[in-house]
Design a protein around this ligand. Structure first.
Ligand code: DHB
Ligand code: FE
Length: 310
């Protein structure tokens, strides 16, 4: 059977993509951001997922504001990078996993989550930037990706609770898939930011850090945060954080936090990142990879985070 072995959350600022594409990653402003993902890239190299499910939001790139699905699951064989105004980013085409994606669509719809099935779609910075942060800039992405686009751009977005419950339904779907696939699920966007209006530039590190703490320890509490509280505390675009709750809902109740990074700002946004592993034994089939002992990995991650934590 397939299993979700870990969850990753990461911000998705478009300027991070531009910094990569324009070879500015060594500049001090950007090095501060990218250095926080070195441990994560190593974790990803060791973890070697068979498939990733990337929960993200489209920013009027694939879906114009004429049609905005609340939850849209990418069931296509491939998803080219979107043209966001400067031509498509020079990143690999994302290869999908139509069989698992269709299975998830069937399972969650029969579980009463009426998602939209998407058979043709481009993917914007919401997906490609977290892919770069976790996988670097390879010639081809190392595993298939199932994109799940969530509406957080047009009122009303889904509630945090709905997102959390959809995560649970996705987990059930993955676990009823017959092939032995090790799946990592991403929650992307956030953390606090507002990009227009009188409060443009708003960042609330206290809110963000409490969100990271509770993502690990008490996600049910986060699932009760109403939209207005995100808006007030984390800025208009802070609502992107509900997508992290889909990722968290797909994990065990108790998880190991293996890495965390937080830095302010990147463009207008507080960059937050966390890696959570399920504890279930057998999640990593023997012989599939040479894993560093979990304790060692966590110590290495902590040492690193102390150096880069802002
Ligand atoms: C920024 C952040 C976003 O999440 C986004 O979609 C666009 C811009 C920013 O910080 O500039
Ligand atoms: Fe965004």
């Amino acid at each position: 059977m397939a299993r979700i072995i870990a969850g990753v959350a990461s911000s998705h600022v478009p300027a991070i993509g531009a910094a990569i594409d324009n070879k500015q990653t060594e500049e001090p402003y950007w090095k501060r951001v990218f250095s926080g993902f070195e441990t994560s890239k190593e974790w990803m190299r060791q973890t070697k997922p068979d498939v990733c499910i990337v929960v993200y939001n489209d920013h009027a790139s694939a879906f114009s504001v004429e049609i905005v699905p609340t939850f849209a699951l990418g069931c296509a064989a491939e998803f080219p990078p979107a043209d966001e105004g400067w031509g498509p980013r020079p990143v690999p085409v994302v290869k999908g996993h139509p069989e698992l994606a269709s299975h998830i669509a069937q399972s969650v719809i029969l579980d009463e989550f009426d998602i939209t099935v998407v058979n043709k779609m481009t993917v914007d910075h919401g997906l490609t930037v977290p892919m770069n942060l976790l996988f670097g800039s390879p010639a081809a992405w190392p595993c298939p990706v199932i994109p799940l686009a969530v509406n957080v751009v047009l009122y009303p977005p889904p509630t945090g609770h709905r997102c959390f419950m959809l995560g649970r339904a996705i987990r059930k779907a993955v676990e009823s898939y017959p092939d032995d696939l090790r799946v990592v699920i991403f929650g992307t966007g956030g953390m606090s930011h507002q990009i227009s209006g009188p409060r443009a530039g708003l960042i609330n590190s206290k809110f963000d850090k409490a969100f990271l703490d509770n993502l690990t320890k008490d996600p049910q509490k986060l699932a009760r945060i109403p939209h207005l509280e995100y808006m007030r505390e984390a800025g208009a675009e802070g609502i992107e954080m509900v997508m992290w709750l889909i990722m968290r809902g797909a994990l065990d109740d108790k998880v190991d936090e293996v890495y965390r990074f937080y830095t302010v700002p990147a463009s207008n946004t507080a960059v937050g990142h966390i890696i959570l592993e399920n504890r279930a034994k057998g999640a990593k089939p023997a012989g599939k990879r040479k894993a560093a002992p979990a304790k060692l990995k966590r110590a290495a991650a902590r040492a690193k985070v102390e150096r880069v934590h802002s």
